[in-house]
Each structure stands twice: as structure tokens, then as C-alpha cells.
Write a protein that binds this ligand. Structure first.
Ligand code: NAD
Length: 317
């Protein structure tokens, strides 16, 4: 199959490009390299540097005419979205609308959208099922939810088959530790550099962390999976997590052990809009895609630690 990956020079997108090539698909990566890295794009993929919100992107999609479009390009900073909701919406909503329009014009057979557990209401019953109430706490989450609705609109009224993966907190090699997203990458970067590590709030807040190869496996299964007809938005969404939440304090302890880090955590202020507990029910992905996370928690942490230890100085601020 021909697969176009937006954001394919980023953390998750580059792992996806690797897996698609390993499965013998023809891969084109489009990325503006705003946070992504050219060297993460595998050699076997075509790489085009472009912004997804431009006409150039529409032309590229037309020329490539992919069977599947995986849309991962986004600005991923939750706090930046709170500082500048409009800028976030311009990229994450309007940019995504441009990608949807381009995909429809090019006759894409499956559009895989990437969303987040950040769309769920903190008052919904845990673990969150796809049908749980949504009430995002940040403009980032609002944009993710809006794009899910646009996907549903394009599927229902414009003949573009769309499906959405709602990811937990993804971790693994190549995750950029310089922003505020990705606590595991941030801790490793600082611990391995012997720098102070800040834990926000009590550290008891626990999230659904999922190793990147398990996320990529869900995408690969979705490429040609037979999906039940989705009558509404939630019917076209699939949670991808472990259902086994881990706290920031636990992460600190495990990574400090692996890194021989002896400093105590520095106390930082609790983050506004930071949910205390997030865990996803992934039964639907299991039932429909035969998907289940394969990587054990400590194993994923160890592999991530090994990558950051072997690539010290790769990310510099
Ligand atoms: N990492 C997580 O825990 C997580 C969780 C849920 C959802 N997601 C979603 O997964 C996707 C990938 O996230 P990631 O963690 O790999 O982040 P990332 O920042 O590593 O990847 C995003 C990529 O998009 C590119 N990009 C940004 N704006 C662009 C534009 N206008 N045109 C073209 N390319 C552009 C960046 O250069 C980067 O390579 C995002 O949509 C994110 O919201 C991530």
C-alpha cells in the first residue's frame, strides 16, 4: 500500500514509518521539521519538507495519491495551547482540516487520525471507554476533539473513510525531552545529565503510559482491518493504552534506579489542567483489531533508558 504519514519525522511518526517499511508498504513522510528530525526519517521513505496547512500539501497528496493517510503532525504542547489557543487551533484544527480536504480530493481509502485520552471528561468513569463523556481541560484537547468531529463529518458526508486512535501517554526512544510533554523522556534527559528533576504537584498523578511500538502496532493493524460501521463519533474511535496507570513518583524511582541518579526530586507546582488519574479501556481495539499491548512496563522503560543513555547530547536546548 502507499501510505502518507504527516509528522513522520517526529517521535511516533518516525517509528510508524519504520514499521510500515518493515511491512513492505511504500511510505511518504511530510513534515515541516518544526520539532521533528530529518535523521529520524528512515532511508527507505520518501521525505518531503512541507507544512500541512498549505496548498503545497494538497498538491503533494494529489500527486502521491496514497491509499492510507496517517495524520500525526501537530503541535503537542498542552501548556503552549493554553498560552495561545488561537495559534494551537490554527495548526491543530485548521491544519488538520487541510489534511482532511487533501485526503478527500486524492481519494484516500482510509484516513487514520491521531487523538488523545485528553479528550475525556475527568468526571467520566474510569477506565475511560470510547463512549465516555468528553470534556477536554486544555485547548490542545479541545482541538483534538474538534478534529475527531471533523473526521466523522468527512466520513458521513464527504465519502472519506476515517478512523481515530485515542492514545494514552506514549513513551520510547526519540521522544523529544526539551518540551513539557513526555515525562519519561524529560526525566531521563535530566537524570543522565546529572541535572535537577522537577516533580509537579504531589507526583501521585497517574497516567496510562504506552510504549511506542505498541502504538505503532495499532496503526499497522488499522491499515486494512475490517471495521464495523460507525454510526456516531465514538464508534470510529479506538483507545490505545494499557489500562494500567503509573504515577510520576513511580516513574521517578524506577528511572533514578536505572540511571544511578542520587538527587531527590525538586518540588514543582501542580500543573493546571493536569488530570489526577487517566486510564483507558482498550477492549474495543482488542476485539476489532486483535490488538493488545505487548511490551511490559519495565521493559519499555529499560529500552527507553538505553536509547537515551546511548544518545546523550542528541537533544540540546
Ligand atoms: N506523545 C504522546 O504521548 C501523544 C499522546 C496522544 C496523542 N499524540 C499525538 O500523536 C501525534 C504525534 O506526536 P509526537 O509525540 O510524535 O510529537 P512530535 O512533536 O514528535 O511529532 C509531531 C511532528 O509533527 C511535525 N509538525 C508539526 N507541525 C507541522 C506542520 N504544520 N506541518 C508538518 N509537520 C508538522 C513536527 O515537526 C513533528 O515531527 C500528535 O498528533 C500528538 O498530538 C501524542
Amino acid at each position: 500500500m502507499k501510505v502518507l504519514v504527516t509528522g513522520g519525522a517526529g517521535f511516533i511518526g518516525s517509528h510508524l514509518a519504520d514499521a510500515l517499511l518493515a511491512n513492505k508498504h511504500a511510505v511518504t513522510v511530510v513534515d515541516d521539521l518544526s520539532t521533528g528530525r530529518r535523521e529520524f526519517v528512515p532511508g527507505g521513505a520518501e521525505f518531503i519538507e512541507a507544512d500541512i496547512s498549505t496548498l503545497k500539501f494538497v498538491d503533494i497528496t494529489q500527486r502521491i495519491s496514497p491509499d492510507v493517510l496517517c495524520h500525526l503532525a501537530a503541535h503537542i504542547s498542552v501548556s503552549e495551547s493554553a498560552r495561545d489557543p488561537r495559534g494551537d487551533a490554527e495548526m491543530n484544527i485548521c491544519g488538520s482540516l487541510n489534511v482532511l480536504t487533501a485526503a478527500q480530493r486524492a481519494g484516500v481509502k482510509r484516513f487514520i487520525n491521531v487523538s488523545s485520552g485528553a479528550v475525556y471528561s475527568p468526571h467520566a468513569t474510569l477506565p475511560y471507554r470510547e463512549a465516555a463523556a468528553t470534556a477536554p481541560l486544555s485547548p490542545y484537547g479541545v482541538a483534538k476533539l474538534a478534529v475527531e468531529h471533523y473526521c466523522q463529518y468527512f466520513a458521513q458526508y464527504r465519502g472519506l473513510p476515517t478512523v481515530t486512535l485515542r492514545l494514552g501517554n506514549v513513551f520510547g526512544s526519540r521522544q523529544n525531552p526539551l518540551g513539557e510533554a513526555g515525562v519519561i523522556a524529560i526525566f531521563l534527559q535530566r537524570m543522565l545529565g546529572g541535572e535537577p528533576v522537577e516533580v509537579h504537584g504531589s507526583g501521585a498523578q497517574a497516567k496510562d503510559y504506552i510504549y511506542v511500538s505498541d502504538v505503532v502496532d495499532a496503526f499497522v493493524r488499522l491499515l486494512d482491518a475490517e471495521l464495523p460501521a460507525a454510526r456516531d463519533l465514538t464508534g470510529s474511535c479506538y483507545n490505545v493504552g494499557t489500562g494500567d496507570p503509573r504515577s510520576v513518583n513511580e516513574i521517578f524511582t524506577l528511572l533514578a534506579g536505572m540511571s544511578n541518579y542520587r538527587l531527590a526530586p525538586a518540588a514543582g507546582p501542580a500543573r493546571p489542567a493536569d488530570q489526577k488519574l487517566v486510564t483507558l479501556d482498550c477492549g474495543r481495539a482488542h476485539k476489532v483489531l486483535g490488538w493488545k499491548p505487548q511490551v511490559k512496563w519495565e521493559e519499555g522503560l529499560r529500552w527507553t533508558h538505553e536509547w537515551f543513555a546511548a544518545n546523550r547530547g542528541f537533544f540540546t536546548g
